[in-house]
Design a protein around this ligand. Sequence first.
Ligand code: GLN
Length: 483
Amino acid sequence: MSGHSARALAASVASGAVSAAEVVEEYLGRIDEREHEVHAFNLVTADAARAAAEQIDRRVAAGETIGPLAGVPIALKDNLCTRGVATTCSSKILEGWIPPYDATVVERLAAAGAIMVGKTNLDEFAMGSSTENSAFGPTRNPLDLDRVPGGSSGGSAAAVAAGFAPLSLGSDTGGSIRQPAALCGVVGMKPSYGTVSRYGLIAFASSLDQIGPFSRDVADSALLFETIAGHDGRDSTSIPAPLEPITPRLDRGVDGLRVGVVSELAGGTLEGFQPEVLAQTRRAAEALAAAGAVVADVSVPSTIYGLSAYYVIAPAEASSNLARYDGVRYGHREPGRANTAAMMTASRTRGFGAEVKRRIMLGTYGLSAGYHDAFYGKAQRVRTLIIRDFERAYRDFDVLLSPTSPCVAFPFGAKADPLTMYLNDVATIPSNLAGHPAISVPFGTGEDGMPVGVQVMAPMLGEPVMYQVAAELERASTDGTGA
Ligand code: GLN
């Protein structure tokens, strides 16, 4: 049962062929077996999952129609607010904080019949690419326990890769869904900005953050995206328009679609990409051509400045968003200080880890009066250039292709200095800056037999065509062409 797709599980539960209780027990059993070595979770909510399963089974027995995820276990990144269930962002500063409300995505999942099995580990406040920045210890890659799962949604990626749940949710500000998906050999998607409500997602960089799905296959990814997407009045950036359905597109193939391989990210300009990763990306492009797509290289010149712009804009927004953790309103407070300022300083000094402090300082500096135009203003102009370059490329192409990550999963400690770690995000960041959707699909293996992820990018609200291409890549990779 644990190898089954979410679609198959939901169909079996809805028809009564299998009970939600049995499904949940099976996945909790898997968690029992391997969680001690993987550490995908900050919290496993076994009792609540069992109770939710019983309720679903009662409803099935009463002849009710449950939703499209009836009885399907799901793991949630621990920066998504869950009512009555601790939400930590893997930070000491939020230890002991219990949200009084559910994120919109959490409400929608419950309405669809999904069952939360736990809250997954992340880099503290989603800042990082390896999950080594968690205050509660790193998550290990289930495919090789000596390697990182990627980050920041490393726990969510590992949970799906280890079979702890068929589905999970992560958040992606600069690649935090797609990169760990690539490193763990699963599918991960960052939606168009504004398609999934951010209400109840603890903010990192609000103009870049999006919640998105992890799954073992492309069709489950589309199903989970369709379940959580759609307008929400509680997020002012939520797009007030219905989404085009995706699932009917998945079997359409790619005949006649125009696919551009971004030359800067596919070996043309930027260094540091592993040769096997570039080779698999080329193979993916060839597979699409063999399936009838028109494939050509395309230059998107300003993508190479995305990383620099991101590491000004994201810390700037983070420095503002994280000002609320002051020892007064949330979580950890250092006692016994002489006055409020000393209490706040002490609480933040003890509560935040090194990377979070680094981002707050970078961001505060970039926004300070004398440097605002030189750093933040300039980074915003680069962001506009990237959007324009993408617009130009999408006049000639329906989707763009690149590697998701420059490298396969790396050993713990291998990227100890912050800049080396930041370079991981070079191929994923441009889509966040533009607000565009992008998906990582496993496509063969690279160094040491570790999985490689290929990224399909699409213009704003281009999820349907993006998924169409992703489904073709999946077919090519599973029929052996990509291996
Ligand atoms: N690795 C990037 C960072 O550290 C992206 C993080 C994310 O997408 N949340 O900021």
